[in-house]
Every structure is written in C-alpha cells, then in structure tokens.
Design a binder for this molecule. Structure first.
Ligand SMILES: O=C(O)CCC(=O)C(=O)O
Ligand SMILES: [Fe+2]
Length: 326
C-alpha cells in the first residue's frame, strides 16, 4: 500500500504564506453561519463568498480544487490548513473559515438530523471497532450508501490525529476498481441485491434505497459505486452477489492509498468516484486521556442543481463555476 507523501500528489493543496495570513484575518471577520433546514443558508454562503473574494490568492486554490475533485482521474483533495489552525486554534473562527472554503466546492449540509453542521467523529473505546468512532479498521465504504441521493462529497477535518501515530485514512478510486472486474461480476453488481443498515433521522438524501445495486448505470459524475464492505455481512445476500462484491472489495484494497491526516487538514472526497475508510488506531488507547484521542469533524456537501434540497434553495451558482454530491 502507498502512504501518500503530501508533496507527491496533485490532490494536496498547500497555501502560500501570504494567503494563510489573509485567511487568518478573514476568519476573524466571518459571522456565525445560519442554516436553512439542513443546508448552510444562502445569506451565509453569500457573506462567506464575499469575504473570500477579498483574498485574490484564493482564486488559484478554487481553480485547483474544483478540477482536482471532479476530473475523472481525480476525486479527492486535502486542503492543508495546519498553519491557520496553529494561529487560530480550531474553534469557531477556524470552522467558519473551513466552512467558507468548502462552500466554494458545493453546499455544506448535515443530513443527520441529530448532529450540527460539523459532526464529531471522536474515539470511543466502547464503540464497535469497525464503526465510525471505533478504534479498529473501518473498511471501504461510501457514506449514506443506502440513500437514493447520498451526499456528493464527504469531508473530514482533522482536529487531532491519533497521538499513537496510527488511524490513517484509506482511499480508493471505486470506478477504477470496477473497471478491473470481469463483465460477469459487473452484471451481478448491477442487480438490486444489496442492503445495508437502517435509515432514520436523515434529511435531504432522498429515500431509503433497499435493496440497491452497487452499479447504478448512471454517468460517473452523477451515479455512485454504492459500496460498503459492511454489506457483505448482511443476511439474505446470495452467494454469487457476495462473491462479486468481495471481488470489488479486493480491487479497492489493491488500489488503496493512505494518508494520516494532520491537525488542520481537510480531506474532501468525491463520493461519485472514491470510497474511503480508516486503518486501526494505535494499540493502547486506554493509556491516552480521552481529551487527547483522535478527533475528526465531518461535514457533507451537496452540489448545486442536485435533485434534492438545493433545487428548492434560492442559492444559485455563479455562471461558469463547476456545478458539482457505516
Ligand atoms: O475515522 C475515520 O477516519 C473515518 C470515519 C468515516 O469514514 C465515517 O465516519 O464515515
Ligand atoms: Fe465514512
């Protein structure tokens, strides 16, 4: 497996010092956000956009970020805000700035009704190890896999890496993994034969999709590779459908890259193309004080013009911008 060295990859966006300084200043001027249902409100988007427009160097970041996330060969980016986190701490100001940056990609929203815009992913020694807040291996998946309209992008902000040095995120290009399969396996994955998990207290992700096909036959920038390794354990899966899904899981692992997020890193992942997961955290978490354990924050993005929420929102994307969505 390849641990990505940040300097090697197009997906890593380091900001010039001058821009960091501008953004630190801008962060102190950003008002608290407001939400419209589960979405960041249009007035907040306008205010944040106007503030970022006062940093002309940010244009280049925006122009790099959108193709990095949306081109066929791309699909993820890590925006490195570590120096800004160092200067501001990760509190309200930093979160407003991160939200403003993400709002340049698509519309921030929180489909889980019980969570705020930024959802905590802490480290819970009592959680099932393979789940979101667990300490174990969280196998490849896409978020909200059993929704008809999953978020277009999922994002993870690192507040604190695992102090034991583990817990890297793993990423795999799902479309490429599919392309390495035999046509007969792709046929099986196109059957609505897969189920996973429950569906409750969710908004703006369409309806529950059960059973669902892994391959939906949609164009790559609209459809999904609806996969979670956890569906392999669901009752009622036929042997041949399980086999095809296991082949796909193997291909995802074969193409996997990993990266240990550092404090202030924001990982943005295009769910139409990539799946993600996490390697186990370091052994001996009980020796680490709870307030020092790994902590990420998660936020989802919905591209404008998608068939749910934003269509009803008064927010209109500027012409010429890319219209980009356990
Ligand atoms: O812990 C992580 O890094 C990933 C968690 C995750 O993928 C999730 O909660 O959906
Ligand atoms: Fe996830």
């Amino acid at each position: 497996m390849t641990e990505i060295a940040s300097a090697e990859r197009d997906g890593f966006i380091d900001l010039p010092r001058e821009l960091e300084e501008d953004l630190i200043e801008i962060a102190s001027t950003l008002p608290a956000w407001s939400v419209d249902g589960t979405f960041l409100s249009s007035p907040t988007i306008e205010q944040y956009r106007a503030a970022l427009a006062s940093a002309p160097l940010f244009d280049e970041v925006r122009e790099t970020l959108l193709p990095t996330l949306n081109n066929a060969a791309g699909g993820y980016a890590v925006v490195r805000l570590g120096s800004i986190a160092q200067a501001l701490g990760i509190g309200d100001q930093f979160l407003r700035l991160a939200t403003a940056i993400l709002a340049e990609v698509a519309i921030p929203f929180q489909p889980f009704q019980r969570w705020p815009l930024w959802k905590n992913i802490g480290t819970d020694l009592d959680a099932k190890p393979g789940l979101s807040t667990g300490v174990g291996y969280n196998a490849f998946h896409m978020d909200l896999v059993n929704a008809t309209e999953p978020p277009d992008y999922t994002t993870l902000l690192c507040v604190r890496p695992d102090p034991l040095g583990e817990g890297a995120n793993i990423l795999s290009h799902a479309r490429e993994a599919v392309s390495r399969l035999a046509p007969s396996s792709r046929d099986l994955l196109s059957d609505a034969a897969y189920t996973y998990g429950g569906f409750f207290e969710l908004s703006d992700v369409g309806e529950e999709y059960t059973p669902f096909p892994v391959l939906d036959g949609q164009p790559e920038d609209r459809g999904f590779v609806r996969f979670t390794a956890k569906m392999l354990a669901e009752a009622g899966l036929t042997e041949e459908h399980a086999y095809a899904a296991r082949e796909l899981a193997d291909q995802m692992v074969a193409g996997q890259v990993s990266y240990t997020l550092q404090r202030g890193d924001v990982l943005i992942l295009n769910q139409h193309r990539w799946v993600h997961g996490r390697l186990p955290l370091g052994d001996g978490q009980h020796h680490v004080a709870p307030e020092n354990r790994r902590l990420l924050l998660q936020l989802f993005l919905r591209r404008a013009g998608a068939s749910t929420g934003p269509l009803r929102s008064p927010y209109v994307q500027r012409p010429g911008r890319v219209s980009l969505r356990d």
